[in-house]
Design a protein around this ligand. Sequence first.
Ligand SMILES: *Cc1c(COP(=O)(O)O)cnc(C)c1O
Length: 385
Amino acid sequence: MKKAIPYGRQHVTQSDIDAVIETMQSDYLTTGPKVGEFEERFAAYVGSKYAVAVANGTAALHLCAMALNVKPGDKVITSPITFAASANCVRYCGGEVVFSDIDEATILLDIEKVRRLLEAAPRGTYQGMIPVDFAGYPVDMEAFRKLADEYGLWIIEDACHAPGGYFFDSVGQIQRCGNGNFADLAIFSFHPVKHIACGEGGMITTSDRKLYERLLVLRTHGITRNPEQMQENHGGWYYEMIELGYNYRMPDILCAMGISQLQRANENMKRRHAIAQRYNHAFTPHSHIRPYLPSDDVFHAYHLYIVAIQHRKELYDALRVEGIYAQVHYIPVHTLPYYQELGYQKGDFPLAENYYEYCLSLPMYPSLTDEEQDFVIERVLQFFQ
Ligand SMILES: *Cc1c(COP(=O)(O)O)cnc(C)c1O
């Protein structure tokens, strides 16, 4: 039987395995030295001051919403084209999710539509926004920060698709996704299909010391041992629970794997770009296969390689027969039954819904071989003959 070709997959090397085994034989399985080391290295990689490792990307979003005090009645703006978790974190805290339509060229939250939303409501109507670096396309976070400041909103950047991606700001400086220069908080995931695979895992990055300290407490039950945060101190065993937190820790074993994976991040990014170039090149002569090409002012992180095509379902099914597991990212979140029950309906965001009709994510991961990619390209082209 032929090897299946998924849309994304982890790349695990012997050094990853060795790092995990070494940690399993050490004194710490959960919170130990690897957590801090991973946090430090990850912060250096994305260029943020602080990083907090957590159980997964969803837990990262939940803690961010808590740290920013999202509460019932709060309104938070996000994109309908994202994984449901980007929106769900607002619901965990009882807030209201307000979707706003995408920009057709970038598939990102359209800042002009967000601006109109803010202009149309009395000041103070909205508390925050969650732009998503969808597919690895970096959001112009400088522009969003400017808008957020005009209306007093906070920003959580969902950068799950974009570690290593960057945009050039208004003075031509590189601004890496999740670097904390514009968004208050940014989050990442280490799910196997993401750039850095740990099985489960997540990271919050920020340059705000207060938020950072609060996140450390929220990550572990709301418990602190920091004398500055405690009312009393009975001795070495003493801790205080100062607010209601969770157990959202990331184990040392998985952080060891993350440290090892991170060492190949640049190399893997080069490979993702090479794969994207090959697809672009192959599809250019075929006007019915339309890749989403990034503009010159961004460095795309290529978590996903997406094309817009006719007969998407037929192509999806035909590829599966060949062992090629293309995927659709994503079903517009506002059309999911849970969000429809909250009052959204089909037709609310026509550009997002139109994008969804034609999008297909083709295999994109560093260990995809040229031969495998050629096979994918050949089958896609053959389908349209
Ligand atoms: C993967 C992902 C998440 C959630 O991360 P988990 O680690 O799976 O919880 C959130 N947002 C986006 C955009 C994602 O791709």
